[in-house]
Design a protein around this ligand. Sequence first.
Ligand SMILES: NC(=O)c1ccc[n+]([C@@H]2O[C@H](COP(=O)([O-])OP(=O)(O)OC[C@H]3O[C@@H](n4cnc5c(N)ncnc54)[C@H](O)[C@@H]3O)[C@@H](O)[C@H]2O)c1
Ligand SMILES: O=P(O)(O)OC[C@H](O)CO
Length: 550
Amino acid sequence: MILRRVGYKKSANIPCVLRTIFSAGPKTDPRRLPPFRCLTPGLPHSPCRNIHSHSGPSRYSIHKAKARPSPEPRTCRQSRAFSSHHLNNPNHNCVAPPPRPTPLHCYSLDPLGPAPPLGSSNIAVPFACPLNNKKLSHRRTYSQSASMTVSGSFRRKHKVAVIGSGNWGTTVAKLVAESTSEHPEVFEKDVQMWVYEEKVTVDGETRNLTEVINTKHQNTKYLEGINLPTNLVANPSLVDAVKDATILIFNLPHEFIGNICRQLKGNILPYSRGISCIKGVTVTDDKIELICEFIGEQLEIYCGALSGANIATEIANENWCETTIAYNTPPCDRHVANGNEHANGNGNGAYEEHRDSRGQIIKTKLTPVPQDYPPLDHEVLHTLFSRPYFTVSMVSDVVGVSLGGALKNIVAIACGFVEGHGWNMTAKTAVMRRGMLEIIQFAREFYPETIEPATLWEESAGWGDMIVSCTAARNWRYSKMAVEQGVSIQEIERTELNGQKLQGISTSREVSSFLRARGVEDKYPLFKLVDGILDGKVNVNDIPSLFRKN
Ligand SMILES: NC(=O)c1ccc[n+]([C@@H]2O[C@H](COP(=O)([O-])OP(=O)(O)OC[C@H]3O[C@@H](n4cnc5c(N)ncnc54)[C@H](O)[C@@H]3O)[C@@H](O)[C@H]2O)c1
Ligand SMILES: O=P(O)(O)OC[C@H](O)CO
């Protein structure tokens, strides 16, 4: 009844309608509200780009089941970009979407201002497209790749190496090793895992961790009690572990990545590609860099990022969860994916430059992945990281995925402080909300060229990670413990974590020093306050004052 009175049809997106009804005063006029992404994409309403995870079989699973006929045409999910999508991809196997219901307006609660207009920056693109001066969609669809087959004629297979073997490093190594066993047509079976060698005591005996992993098939120090696949090989030599690897998975605390890159330089395949599972940023003087781009620059390769609401021990125990991978397949690797036989081509033989998250042409001239390997694109990465208990969503927004993963650790520390202080879930929720605003503001201020704030609203690497990090992960848990015990969080890290690292401490330090160097720290009051508490200069009691001012 009320809905009808305000002019909405039965099929209206109810949350959007309620937002309009309950917004007081002049704000009820939709034209005065910033347009933004709807949070309830399944409901019929205005254009809302709601498809991202891989829902169809991969070309590799199709290849495996040779007897299977090519998949039925599926409704094309690239409705907004449908015509150009079809024009560019004549071979794909999807049909036009049914017309959408008359659009309603859907408005955001985003107080940071309007998001880029719909239709300009968020149009779904076939495959990860190269960055150009326009903003990119963070989204990727799979409909065309589901109809592709790999002929099986690739002479070589991808070799995978994992660099790092902590709690998350070992978990990711486990899941990719399971995948390489399952997809022998794409990957070499054995996965090398570089281990920072240390002595561990097992059954009363002191042994090297690598030897324990390779014989007992457990990482007794960082992932106790989890059986690892036998095709996962622990290697104490970094250079040997990455030898001949085409896919490098970086997974260690971010403070060590500079040193690792120095050792790797010149010792990797020039056409290898990386995925960084590291949550952090690198800050030098007043320059900030996404870890994946730092790796790419140092090693002269392209590197994407994986991040999500992921607690290593849960995933190691094969409890289901989801994650987000951001990867902008370099133009030089898009040969087969584009239906173009020629590497380094954009369809007409012209060389196309790869651009970074600031929209700049990268300094390195990338070496294309040779064509005798399966094309190294979203499809291969999706195949490698997906497990029945690990759902992967592929996107192109490297900034959203990287900053979401790095900066939520500062917020998680704030939540630990709040809870340790005796406040409860509602107080933590306020801190999470404020934290997310600062993350989005940070991304918009320092990466305006490519950030898709929708990533932070919609992907596991955004709100999902925020929630899990502030309620169940280490940065939250141990900062809470620090306040409860009246000791510093650094002290707790030393005494309680058995070598594991809290990324939030160093990320808070680095981000604050970066913001200070640019004179904008007051625009990020929560980040500033966490840094002050870590320094012992500010009290947890001061947290509510942030909210009184705003
Ligand atoms: N643990 C999780 O649940 C989880 C989930 C998602 C993302 N992450 C992220 O993954 C990254 C890796 O974290 P983790 O949990 O695997 O690590 P961890 O904290 O469990 O372990 C620390 C690791 O650092 C290594 N190390 C110690 N000194 C070193 C040195 N000098 N050089 C190189 N390595 C050294 C240790 O061998 C160990 O492997 C972090 O950025 C973290 O934020 C962790
Ligand atoms: O245990 P933490 O605090 O390092 O966080 C783990 C993951 O990042 C949560 O998604």
